[in-house]
Write a protein that binds this ligand. Structure first.
Ligand code: TYD
Length: 213
């Protein structure tokens, strides 16, 4: 059995990752692949329980280190119980966020630094990385319009942080993509979902070449 491929979609809030994950899943199914579509934090029963703790924290909320550990713990369960087994069964896994979200949010914007997040990921998930990470980028002004429509003024513990935090997240993602071109493919997320989907399919060409399932 040929191992499946693991594709992660990354980017800030409101960049259209979930929509692109769905469009990509449909396109890959059309090519005959079996698809698992999942998200972080979450994806397994345990990781979804941790998601709830992260996005709706009890009491005073989490400190930066505890929060980073919880993301890493959720990811560890997700990798071990869902992602690796699916890939070993030949399925393709599409994940809405993965470790590079922890690197950008907790490591970059949250100030913990990249070494700390990579160390947590090394311990939690043996440093497991996607075959391809697509970073969807949208200018801040367009994001503000999208989020005003999408969230209707309601957001979670992380999405609700201030604009400066989200600007640092965007900068951290951009810096990661620039310094690790082998790990990232940057996608222009402006415009309608079908146009962005064409960019996604073009970026995946190397992975799709000769992909008879
Ligand atoms: P979610 O509702 O899934 O947001 P989105 O639709 O933007 O993906 O909530 C996930 C939130 O958690 C989002 O604000 C990003 C944040 N996050 C981190 O801070 N670190 C991480 O490692 C991950 C996976 C998510």
């Amino acid at each position: 059995m040929t191992r499946g491929k693991f594709i992660a979609l990354e980017g800030g809030e409101g960049t259209g990752k979930s929509t692109q994950a769905r469009l990509l899943a449909a396109a890959l199914e059309g090519r005959g692949h079996k698809i698992v579509i999942t998200r972080e934090p979450g994806g397994t029963e345990g990781a979804e329980a941790i998601r709830n703790l992260l996005l709706h924290p009890p009491g005073k909320g989490w400190g930066a280190r505890a929060e980073a550990l919880l993301f890493a713990a959720a990811r560890s369960d997700h990798v071990e119980r869902l992602i690796r087994p699916a890939l070993n069964e030949g399925k393709w896994v599409i994940c809405d966020r993965f470790v590079d979200s922890s690197r950008a949010y907790q490591g970059g914007a949250g100030g913990l630094g990249d070494d700390a997040i990579r160390a947590l990921h090394q311990f939690g998930s043996e440093g497991f990385r996607p075959d391809m990470t697509l970073l969807i980028q949208v200018p801040p002004s367009e994001i503000a319009d999208r989020l005003a429509t999408r969230d209707n003024g309601v957001s979670d513990a992380i999405g609700g942080r201030d604009a400066a935090y989200h600007e640092r997240v965007a900068q951290a993602f951009a810096a990661l993509a620039a310094s690790e071109p082998q790990n990232f493919c940057v996608i222009d997320g402006q415009g309608n979902p079908d146009t962005v989907h064409q960019h996604v399919m073009a970026a995946l060409e190397p992975l799709l070449a000769g992909d008879a399932p």
